[in-house]
Design a protein around this ligand. Structure first.
Ligand code: ZN
Length: 314
């Protein structure tokens, strides 16, 4: 039987100032900073993970904030819009909240659903949609009651340079079901209930440029380590060139670039973010993998200090 991902595991993007990044995703959107670590491939750069109370797969947005980063351009070969799901009946609350932080919002609709669209402080495109499915978050921060909190990803809107090819990967490699078409978008659905609705702009778009305000990659869920190895074989059998399996401390990863230009990752659900610190203390300390622990003083000296803080409403 062919493999089917249950949906998005995480989405990783570029930013510049790390405190502004924390202020937006924790302070304004109310997500929990579940891990403060560094880019294992570039230890002078933070890797910040935000999610629900435990950073469950399907709720995790991660950033490489680097103050000297160039500004990117959203376009083909990227996740164009990152979609968060909020509980039913809360979109009005969110519109008022975003306005109180001077975040301009616009309204859009696709497939009969209403979306509240806005950008973060770097120009990264985001949207909120009400969804009944998916577990509620139990995290409450910054005046957002937990029954209004972001549940996790609703999904994502993909911008491809070759939409037909990207749709082929979604359906035939990742095992998503092609569900509907509406006004220039095609909707795909994965089997899970969080981060499982993927819309693709069906036109072939000009290449974007990586940099602050753009998504670097989107990761899809593998249930466990054994299934992850099967995923690697399946990706290779379809003619793509997956990397070796890489230990990312909180999940194992493989990466491949699909033919529409988007960098895809497949990441394991285990072991998760309580792998190296207590669940109730997630995100407080700078966590380093064992092989970088001896360099902690130099690494810490090179990072700007950050804190999760309640923001004052303007
Ligand atoms: Zn990743």
């Amino acid at each position: 039987m062919s493999l089917q991902t249950t949906g998005i595991h995480h989405i990783t993007a570029f930013a510049r100032n790390p405190q502004e990044n924390v202020d937006f995703y924790a302070g304004v959107l109310g997500l929990r900073l579940v891990k403060k670590t560094i880019n294992f491939d570039a230890p002078e750069v933070y890797h910040l993970y935000f999610g629900n109370e435990t950073g469950s797969p399907g709720t995790i947005i991660t950033f490489f904030p680097w103050p000297a980063s160039r500004k990117g351009r959203v376009g083909g070969g990227q996740v164009g819009i990152t979609t968060f799901a909020v509980p039913e009946g809360t979109l009005g609350f969110w519109e008022a909240r975003l306005s109180s932080f001077k975040v301009p919002v616009t309204h859009a609709s696709r497939f009969g659903e209403s979306f509240l669209q806005f950008t973060d402080h770097e120009g990264m495109r985001l949207e909120l949609v009400e969804r009944s499915e998916g577990a509620a978050s139990t995290w409450s921060f910054g005046g957002i009651p937990s029954d209004h909190a972001i549940k996790g990803f609703g999904g994502a809107v993909l911008f491809s340079t070759n939409a037909a090819k990207t749709m082929e990967v979604l359906e035939h490699v990742l095992g998503l079901a092609r569900e509907a078409e509406d006004a220039g978008y095609v909707r795909f659905r994965a089997a899970g209930d969080t981060g499982s609705v993927v819309d693709i702009d069906s036109s072939d778009l000009e290449w974007g440029a990586g940099g602050a305000g753009t998504v670097h990659h989107i990761a899809w869920r593998a249930a466990d380590f054994a299934q992850h190895e099967q995923w690697r074989s399946a990706v290779a059998e379809h003619g793509y060139q997956p990397t070796a399996i890489i230990d990312r401390q909180y999940f194992n990863a493989i990466y491949f670039r699909e033919s529409g230009g988007i960098l895809f990752e497949i990441a394991t659900d285990p072991p998760g973010f309580a792998n190296d610190e207590e669940a109730d203390a997630l995100g407080h300390q700078l966590m380093l993998p064992e092989w970088l622990e001896s360099k902690r003083p130099q690494i810490e000296a090179n990072l700007l200090p950050i804190q999760v803080r309640e923001l004052e409403v303007n």
